[in-house]
Design a protein around this ligand. Structure first.
Ligand SMILES: [Zn+2]
Length: 285
């Protein structure tokens, strides 16, 4: 009993660190306990292969980071010892920096562009492994404007990488401060009228739905095509955040909204049996 009370108190403190109001903390607290009891990885379908056939399209997982990537608990604020013990990954939680590619209907769609040349991004190597050249990309759909997602849009010399692509970005993201950032502005300059703006709920070419996943950034977007759900940066450490979605990494700009999106979209995926992939989930062998 004492232990349970201690966990509840620590969870409330952690939630306060995530920027929630007192009232929301109380609600989140009971939801968190509920999640702790019910959220099992087996309730969800996560992408488990580098290449997977879906109804009408094939998905490719492109690992952009070299070697391994692990996130420490410190990144997630004040995680109580009980939770750390439960997650049981003292050396850090496995993750990746990833992009995804879909081949469908004679078209090739890239989801995010990774770190780019200045940060040793591996995207172009990964594309060559599946015999895709940058010129063959028809569409690029961008989840948000952080550097590990749009860094790969331009070459080291500042020119376009995807010379034939139509590029789709969220209106909210473009209108936010991130849309005025140096990398985003350069991307807009170079891609010019190839840049298209979408709203949440829009269907992009090849039947890809743009879904509101705001919180991580002001226009953060998830994409759904058929039974596939690309969640962008909804989760950075699956090992922690699936069971404890109330923990936000420092990168989440609006933590309260990020928690709400995480819960809502994970629930949506579970209810509809969608296969989930994300830009920081651990890459399948
Ligand atoms: Zn990211």
């Amino acid at each position: 009993m004492m232990k349970k009370l201690f966990v509840a108190a620590m969870t409330a403190i952690a939630l306060a660190g995530c920027g929630g109001s007192t009232q929301n903390n109380a609600q989140n607290n009971s939801t968190a306990q509920n999640n702790a009891e019910t959220s099992q990885q087996s309730d969800y379908k996560f992408l488990d292969a580098k290449e997977k056939a879906f109804d009408g399209f094939t998905l490719y997982w492109l690992k952009d980071n070299e070697g391994d990537n692990k996130f420490p608990f410190d990144l997630f604020g004040n995680v109580p010892e009980d939770v750390k013990k439960d997650v049981n990954m003292p050396d850090g939680m496995p993750s990746s920096i990833s992009a995804y590619l879909i081949k469908t209907n004679g078209k090739t769609i890239l989801f995010d562009a990774g770190l780019g040349p200045s940060r040793n991004g591996q995207l172009l190597n990964e594309l060559s492994k599946i015999n895709v050249t940058p010129e063959q990309i028809d569409y690029v759909y961008i989840t948000h404007f952080h550097g590990d997602h749009i860094g790969g849009m331009l070459k080291a010399d500042g020119e376009k990488v995807f010379t034939n692509a139509e590029v789709y970005v969220s209106r909210l993201e473009k209108e936010s401060d991130l849309g005025k950032g140096e990398q985003a502005v350069k991307m807009f300059e170079k891609y010019g009228d190839k840049i298209h703006v979408f709203n949440f709920g829009d269907k992009l070419p090849e039947d890809v739905l743009a879904i509101d996943a705001v919180g991580h950034t002001p226009g953060h977007t998830a994409f759904q095509k058929g039974n596939l759900l690309i969640i962008g940066d909804l989760m950075h450490a699956l090992a922690l955040q699936l069971k404890y979605p109330e923990y936000c990494p420092n990168f989440d700009g609006d933590k309260e909204k990020a928690i709400a999106s995480r819960k809502r979209i994970l629930d949506f995926a579970k209810t509809n049996g969608l296969t989930i992939c994300g830009m920081h989930l651990t890459v399948a062998k």
